[in-house]
Ligand binder design. Structure first.
Ligand SMILES: O=C(O)[C@H](O)[C@@H](O)[C@H](O)[C@H](O)COP(=O)(O)O
Length: 223
């Protein structure tokens, strides 16, 4: 793991947005298209605000979330809603968005079609992940019903996931899809998550799912 510590969160958000833009630019110089997968939750909004204003060939970029809560975009809990409001705006409005929610009642009813839409955009060119204090990343929660399947080397691209700490049912990219990304960044803030990150280093991915990507990741941290 490569850990970068910043003196304050604002500086981190700017620097990280710059880094993501530069990683995307590198990919676009040698490939027709690039893919960017990002987390929802409460932490990454300021990174999205900066990144959305960066000049890039956004019309050659496909954006999708790491995971989604099984709620429509009218819900405040929708990651798709967050991305549309904070990332797919300004210059980045030219990017193509792939939602991980479809209006079916259960994720199981739509998972195959959602996975099929993601498949052509793999491996992910640039991956940004968040982490919870329970060491989950994407919707790979410790104790989740299909965690073992999602951590398997031959896991499907996308899985439905239910866990005590997750609220509503979720869908999530599998660990192998996350790990195969060309560039992996993890964004965390605060002392609690920093301690959890250090704990995760001594645990296995089924105990601490973030562990599945840490060897390849750059972790960005500020208090
Ligand atoms: O949809 C989600 O919930 C995320 O993708 C999830 O994995 C998130 O990154 C962490 O839960 C951290 O969330 P916070 O930034 O809100 O602490």
């Amino acid at each position: 793991m490569n850990l970068v510590e910043y003196p304050d969160a604002e500086l981190m958000m700017f620097t990280l947005a710059d880094q993501l833009a530069s990683d995307l630019g590198t990919q676009l110089r040698t490939h027709d298209r690039a893919s960017l997968s990002v987390p929802g939750g409460t932490t990454p909004g300021p990174v999205f605000d900066v990144l959305s204003g960066v000049g890039l060939d956004w019309d050659r970029v496909t954006v999708f979330p790491n995971d989604e809560r099984w709620v429509p975009e009218t819900s405040e809990r929708s990651n798709g809603r967050l991305l549309k409001q904070r990332l797919l705006t300004g210059k980045a409005a030219a990017a193509t968005f792939l939602p991980l929610y479809a209006g079916a009642e259960r994720p199981e009813d739509a998972i195959d079609a959602l996975a099929e839409a993601i498949e052509p955009h793999l491996p992910i060119s640039v991956l940004l992940l968040g982490m919870g204090a329970d060491m989950h990343t994407a919707s790979l929660f410790p104790g989740a019903d299909r965690l073992a399947e999602a951590l398997a080397p031959d896991a499907p691209v996308l899985l439905p996931m239910r866990a005590a700490g997750a609220g509503e049912p979720r869908v999530t990219l599998s660990a192998r899809v996350l790990r195969d990304a060309m560039a992996i960044h993890v964004l965390i803030t605060g002392a609690e998550k920093r301690a959890a990150l250090e704990r995760a280093m001594d645990l296995t991915p089924d105990q601490a799912p973030i562990r599945a990507v840490l060897d390849e990741a750059t972790v960005h941290w500020a208090a």
